[in-house]
Ligand binder design. Structure first.
Ligand SMILES: *Cc1c(COP(=O)(O)O)cnc(C)c1O
Length: 398
């Protein structure tokens, strides 16, 4: 990497990010290339954003075509592409009405506003929101308030009021905290930033029942688990319940920024113009990226994701058996993967070693190596990763 980049970064950017020494300048499918020409296998997809591969030819050519036609007009006028995208998402989820925005935090922000508005208009004080401990819902003030991890909130107080947290899978606590003042519960089907933890069927079933009984919204945050990541179109489809609303972003535009909030149509009869808006939300380019992405997300692709998942799982099980001291647990749902390490391993060190070996990976939770590879990978890339992971583990234990 060019050394001067570090100095320029210090001069020009607010130090919100701690970066690894990689300066990527281009990519294709599941590979990216740095400024020295070094090739990396990308097992991050830019945190489950570029699920359909870098520089996806079909998505790119649709965006290029749209760019020359028109990119933006504003939500003062009709926009057929928003309608087309809404229909495409609904076909793979449930019949819903949509609001388009630009990010995951914004999608959750809209969900919070709508949940409070519906609750407050039902009954005075019906604006308590439940979320899960160890969850992640974004970095704005409202969404860190909803996030169940102290490290994202410390120093930003006062936060949004009337939010309470439930231990994932603690049904007793869920039943105790749910009451007539509750307007919504937010659940990640599989916690991503928290370390790849799937909630239990029983917990989801109970949340569904309580939400129906108390007329609260069951909202699934699908920002990371959606768009094929778990081997289903949307993560909630790992369970037998249907939510009232979902939030989407990350991979919805395969790298073009777009977010969405989708809600059961019968729940929005109180919503009227002026309550919420976004300047960029659902512009022509973002919707074009979204439409193409949703077209590429089909049954055949899900089959491929699930087949790769099985192969990956078998390989990781073998590695876990070979390294029982180092690896605590492997959790894998589609191509959403967590390798949970014991305390004798520092995951950041493993990530650095893998970078040296030409593989990009992520961390999550306390000490979890998180893998979110693009769906374009094959068995060959899984083998390569496993071989390099074993090497990285060996380097460490020497
Ligand atoms: C990444 C993420 C968000 C926030 O999305 P941004 O686009 O970064 O605002 C929200 N929820 C979950 C589950 C996420 O993984």
């Amino acid at each position: 990497m060019k050394e001067e980049i570090k100095f320029l970064e210090k001069e020009w950017l607010i130090p919100f990010y701690e970066r690894f020494d990689v300066n990527v300048i281009k990519g294709k499918d599941h590979y990216v290339y740095d400024d020295t020409g070094k090739k990396y296998l990308d097992f991050t997809s830019g945190i489950s954003v570029v699920n359909f591969g870098h520089a996806n030819r079909k998505i790119n050519s649709a965006i290029k075509k749209q760019l020359d036609k028109i990119s933006h007009i504003s939500n003062l006028y009709y926009n057929e592409l928003q309608l087309k995208l809404a229909k495409k998402i609904s076909e793979k989820a449930f019949k819903a009405k949509f609001f388009f925005c630009n990010s995951g935090a914004e999608a959750n922000e809209c969900a919070i506003k709508v949940a409070r508005f519906i609750g407050n208009s039902k009954k005075e004080g019906k604006n308590k929101i439940l979320a899960l401990k160890n969850s992640f819902h974004g970095r704005t003030i409202a969404t860190i308030s909803l996030t169940g991890q102290e490290k994202y909130k410390k120093g930003f107080e006062p936060l949004l009021q009337n939010i309470d947290f439930v231990e994932p899978d603690n049904i007793k606590e869920l039943e105790n905290k749910f009451d007539e003042d509750t307007c919504a519960i937010f659940i990640e089907p599989v916690q991503g930033e928290g370390g790849i933890f799937k909630v239990s069927e029983k917990f989801v079933e109970t949340a569904r029942k309580l939400s129906t009984n108390y007329e609260a919204l069951l909202v699934f945050d699908e920002v990371q688990s959606g768009i094929g990541r778990t081997g289903k179109y949307f993560g909630y489809q790992l369970f037998n319940e249907i939510p009232d609303a979902i939030t989407l972003a990350k991979s919805l535009g395969n790298g073009f920024p777009i977010g969405a909030f989708a809600i059961r149509p019968d729940l929005v009869d109180k919503i009227r113009p002026g309550l919420h808006a976004s300047t960029f939300g659902g512009n022509f380019l973002a919707c074009t990226a979204g439409i193409k992405t949703m077209e590429l997300l089909d049954e055949e692709l899900l089959k491929r994701i699930n087949r790769l998942s099985e192969i990956f799982e078998a390989e990781l099980k073998k590695i876990k058996e070979a390294y029982p001291e180092e690896i605590k647990e492997v959790r894998i749902y589609g191509l959403m993967i967590g390798i949970d390490f014991n305390d004798n391993i520092e995951v950041k060190e493993i990530i650095k070693r893998l970078i040296d070996k030409g593989i990009l990976t992520l961390r999550a939770g306390k000490n979890v190596l998180r893998l979110l590879p693009p769906f374009t990978i094959g068995e060959e890339e899984i083998d390569f990763f496993c071989k390099k992971l074993k090497e990285a583990l060996m380097d460490k234990s020497v």
